[in-house]
Design a protein around this ligand. Structure first.
Ligand code: ADP
Ligand code: MG
Length: 255
């Protein structure tokens, strides 16, 4: 259920890289328990916005607040600790480790060194480990891949690895999940499965900001949409209506 106060407030955010203006005075809110889709043509600033919300990119001006706490300007690690999670394109899935261990390693209760050394189940801190294991199994369950828990991560298909990455990003129970084109490279069936998984996460109370360029997919899974074009917010509203907005259609098909 949404309360009046949005979870994420993006206020007048601008970002320049040298002479390139990637975001121009962009403002929008993400309500609690909402899936907000961020769409727009290539180069419109979508990834920059996701990076700004996760602390990877510093905004040039404006501010971003999570539940009233200003997170713009904080280092990425502190933004993560505040409850913002994302899939990192370049974080490795450890191929030689089991799927379960790959998820456990991202749990705050896990001592990564032990997982990496294959020392799970030995020594002290059993309680922490049990907690991490339980949460990791739950995350795998949500992704529909609990049966793969014991498999070597390197033996998974591309689509299955994507689901492991998603399980890793939710194992710490983030308040806000940021996804930059999570369906990229996935086949049609799996994309629809992914959309269903995101809706399930939403129904369990997670708030999601997702970048996706396939309009049909966005309309099927998002509650609302914000549209960027050349760094400007050009439209915002309920998914169905925005996708039919002539201004939006023009931005996609024109120029
Ligand atoms: P999108 O994800 O919508 O395709 P981006 O946010 O990646 O768009 O990029 C928006 C604009 O900012 C583009 O013109 C891009 O070239 C530029 N840009 C993004 N990141 C950087 C960077 N690190 N350095 C310089 N320019 C960048
Ligand atoms: Mg991008």
């Amino acid at each position: 259920a949404r309360t009046a106060e949005p979870l994420l407030k993006v206020e007048n955010v601008s970002k320049s890289f040298g002479g390139i203006v990637a975001l121009k005075d962009v403002s929008f809110d993400v309500g609690r328990g909402e899936i907000l889709g961020l769409i727009g043509p290539n180069g419109s600033g979508k990834s920059t916005m996701i990076n700004a919300c996760s602390g990877i990119v510093n905004v040039s001006s404006g501010r971003i607040a999570l539940d009233g706490q200003v997170i713009s300007g904080l280092p990425a690690w502190d933004v993560h600790a505040a409850g913002v999670s994302r899939i990192f394109q370049n974080v490795r899935v450890w191929n030689s480790m089991a799927v379960l261990e790959n998820v456990m390693i991202c749990h705050p209760a896990t001592r990564q060194a032990r997982v990496l050394a294959g020392a799970i189940g030995t020594g002290r801190a059993r309680a922490d480990e049990e907690l991490a294991r339980d949460d990791a199994l739950k995350a795998l369950d949500l992704m529909g891949i609990r049966h793969l828990a014991g498999r070597r991560a390197g033996d998974l298909s591309f689509g299955q690895s994507r689901l492991v990455e998603l399980a890793r990003s939710i194992v710490n129970k983030p308040r806000l999940l940021l996804l930059d084109e999570p369906g990229a490279g996935l086949r049609g069936g799996l994309i629809m499965e992914l959309a269903e998984i995101l809706k399930q996460l939403r129904d369990q109370g997670m708030t999601i900001l997702v970048v996706e360029h396939r309009v049909k997919l966005v309309v099927s899974m998002c509650d609302r949409i914000v549209v960027l074009n050349l760094g400007d917010k050009i439209a915002e509203g309920p998914a169905q209506g925005v996708a039919r907005d002539p201004i939006v259609i023009d931005a996609y098909l024109g120029g």
